[in-house]
Design a protein around this ligand. Structure first.
Ligand code: NAP
Length: 340
């Protein structure tokens, strides 16, 4: 049912070395429930692992790693306005998006090619090119591992924010309190393209497309991502390594005066989002290495492992970049991945 002393280096896309004291690949909700009440495992620390694509392993993990391998994609329901489409937690997100498009249920196309699993999508409310998972999320099914009980979270319960959710805010993604088992998305039957995001609009113009189909939107997103983001097989990485800082309108205005060209995006609440990648580029860290790790040359926000890196290497680069940004802009960058 479970294994001991398992090497996790192939289970995190940054490929940092670490071992799990206990490890289980979970194929069913019943197995998950049995693991939660197993006498050898009760009371131990737990961590629920999806694709390992947003994860920094700081060292060996003493406790139980639950690798969510549950698979299922289905139409859970339909009404006059929507398709309700379900994915089990272990489904690869990108495959799930492609499958919804193949079925003729568009909506998620801007989120094409995001690494990770469907079960992880609500936790940090994954987003790209002007769309967030939360725009379409309907229901999250989970197992309360402490109580051994299934439970459901509505979209309101999830309290989603910018790369943020109840699961993250409460620290459940670290404490292993809940394992998300299935997510259901509500996709409107009346589809419209979401093409306002600058780079995406430019990509469509480049391709000569003025009225994109869902498939053409997905193709444009995929082309953009493939051009800018490193292939994890070649350059192991954990996606965007820092969050885009959200600052007060006053602070952003003052910073904009001091640094002409500073990209600024107004949030719904009046605060202003800055582009962390731009800040990093200005300090000269884009394409620069420190030991075996570096900030990727085509996208400064992505920290890449150029081979054989340890957590200490990641820590050194993280500190150097954060210090450079703080000194130059007075902005405190916060890492985006989960540090375990
Ligand atoms: P980009 O287009 O170079 O833009 C840099 C930043 O400016 C982005 O992070 C984006 O914020 C913000 N931005 C640009 N245009 C915007 C607009 N019209 N409205 C609001 N914000 C805008 O970004 P990129 O790094 O190539 O990434 C493209 C998209 O893929 C982004 O949405 C990004 O979040 C997403 N992405 C996510 C990850 C991840 O690991 N989570 C990794 C790679 C890319 P937002 O991030 O809020 O969109």
């Amino acid at each position: 049912m479970f294994q001991t002393q398992i090497d996790l280096s192939a289970r995190n896309t940054l490929t940092l070395p670490a071992r799990a004291e206990f490890f289980a690949a979970v194929d069913s909700v019943e197995q998950l429930a049995a693991l939660a009440r197993h006498p050898d495992l009760v009371g131990r620390r737990r961590f629920v692992l999806g694709g390992g694509s947003n994860l920094v392993l700081t060292g060996d993990f003493s406790g139980l790693v639950l690798h969510m391998n549950l698979k299922e994609k289905s139409l859970a329901g339909e009404d006059g306005e929507h398709y309700y489409v379900a994915a089990a937690a272990g489904e690869n997100w990108s495959d799930f998006v492609r499958w919804t498009l193949e079925q003729g249920w568009p909506g998620l196309e801007n989120l094409s090619l995001i690494p990770g699993t469907a079960g992880a999508a609500p936790i940090q409310n994954i987003g790209a090119y002007g769309v967030e998972a939360g725009d379409f999320l309907h229901l999250v099914e989970a197992l309360d591992l402490d109580a051994g009980r299934p439970c459901k979270f509505s979209i309101d319960d999830c309290a989603l924010g910018y790369r943020e959710s109840l699961f993250k805010r409460e620290g459940w993604h670290l404490s292993g309190r809940y394992a998300i088992t299935r997510v259901i998305f509500r996709l409107p039957k009346r589809w419209r393209p979401r093409a306002a995001y600058g780079e995406l609009a430019a990509e469509l113009v480049r391709a000569g497309i003025s009225q994109p189909t869902p498939g053409e939107m997905a193709a444009a997103v995929i082309a953009l991502r493939q051009r800018k983001l490193p292939d994890p097989a070649e350059f192991p990485n954990a996606g965007s390594f820092f969050q885009n800082p959200i600052v007060s309108a006053e602070f952003a205005a003052a910073l904009g005066e001091a640094h002409p060209g500073l990209p600024r995006y107004r949030e719904a609440d009046g605060r202003v989002k800055l582009a962390a990648g731009w800040l990093i580029e200005q300090t000269g860290w884009k394409g620069r290495n420190l030991g075996p790790v570096g900030m990727y040359e085509k996208q400064a926000l992505v920290l890449v492992n150029r081979g054989g890196a340890t957590f200490r290497d990641v820590q050194n680069l993280t500190r150097a970049v954060r210090e450079a940004i703080l000194a130059r802009f007075g902005v405190n960058l916060v890492p985006e991945p989960v540090f375990l």
